[in-house]
Design a protein around this ligand. Structure first.
Ligand code: IPE
Ligand code: IPE
Ligand code: MG
Length: 244
């Protein structure tokens, strides 16, 4: 069945879409190329996805670009990824700014290479007043790290009597996460077929709908995104209740 934009627009969009952009390495391997080539084409797929989400009117996008575990990769690949982060931001920042995208890095970005850190910090500052699309880029991000960081900050606030233990609710806890003030992801997309969360947004995905495709990230197209949104729109989100 061919899905049209009109059909998608009839039903509520996922307000927040999160994507685990996986499969760049396998894509390159299948073509006899270096892994770096896969990452490079993957960046183009990201650009196209931002354009497609804008067309749909999705207001929040979170992408997993570099995990706290990705440091385990060969140094050369880590370097390539850092270079591509800076390159993507430097090349696309004016476009993103024009589109009203707010670039919001999430994760411990202090550990990035100086060039990547400089580019992402510049992008964050330049786009800080935009509100059309909130674009969270997870960089040196780990869900457990994020939860620990929040727990520590809350402990400090209790120690200094800014907070009482009874003030600690789910709502308050959420305010200490990188995604403070944002809705939780409605839809989580993972490319390349792995059935795991890989330490991504552990707190926030409590009630997200998952959509996994075997398509490798560099091959991910608008049609894949539309398929994901269509299936999302036709799910029954019961939240533990009995549904419609
Ligand atoms: C995703 O593709 C990109 C990052 C993790 C940065 P991979 O590099 O993980 O690709 P595969 O999983 O090895 O195919
Ligand atoms: C998850 O992909 C991280 C990013 C997409 C940045 P990985 O390829 O690192 O995850 P695993 O190793 O398959 O769990
Ligand atoms: Mg992978």
């Amino acid at each position: 069945m061919k899905i049209t934009l009109e059909q998608l627009k009839e039903k509520p969009m996922p307000q927040h879409t999160a994507i685990i952009m996986d499969g760049n390495g396998r894509w390159a391997k299948s073509k006899g190329l270096m892994r770096a080539a896969g990452h490079r084409v993957g960046v183009q797929a990201l650009k196209n996805t931002i354009i497609a989400l804008d067309e749909l009117g999705v207001g929040y996008l979170t992408v997993y670009a570099f995990s706290t575990e990705n440091w385990r990769r060969p140094q050369e690949e880590v370097n390539t990824l850092m270079e591509l982060i800076a390159e993507f931001i430097d090349k696309e920042i004016d476009y993103l700014d024009e589109k009203g995208v707010r670039v919001n890095p999430i994760g411990d970005i202090s550990a990035l290479t100086p060039k990547a850190l400089q580019s992402i910090s510049y992008a964050k500052e330049k786009t800080k007043n935009n509100s059309h699309i909130i674009f969270n880029v997870a960089l040196n991000y780990g869900g457990r790290q994020e939860i620990l960081r929040a727990a520590k900050a809350i402990c400090e606030a209790v120690q200094s009597h800014e907070l009482q233990i009874d003030d600690i609710t789910e709502d308050l806890f959420s305010k200490y996460l990188y995604t403070a003030g944002q809705p939780d992801p409605d839809l989580v997309i993972r490319s390349s077929g792995e059935l795991r969360i890989s330490n991504f947004l552990l707190w926030q995905v409590a009630y997200s709908e998952f959509w996994i495709t075997n398509t490798l990230w560099p091959d991910f197209k608008k049609e894949d995104l539309w398929q994901a949104v269509w299936e999302y729109q036709n799910r029954d989100r019961r939240y533990g209740g009995v549904g419609k």
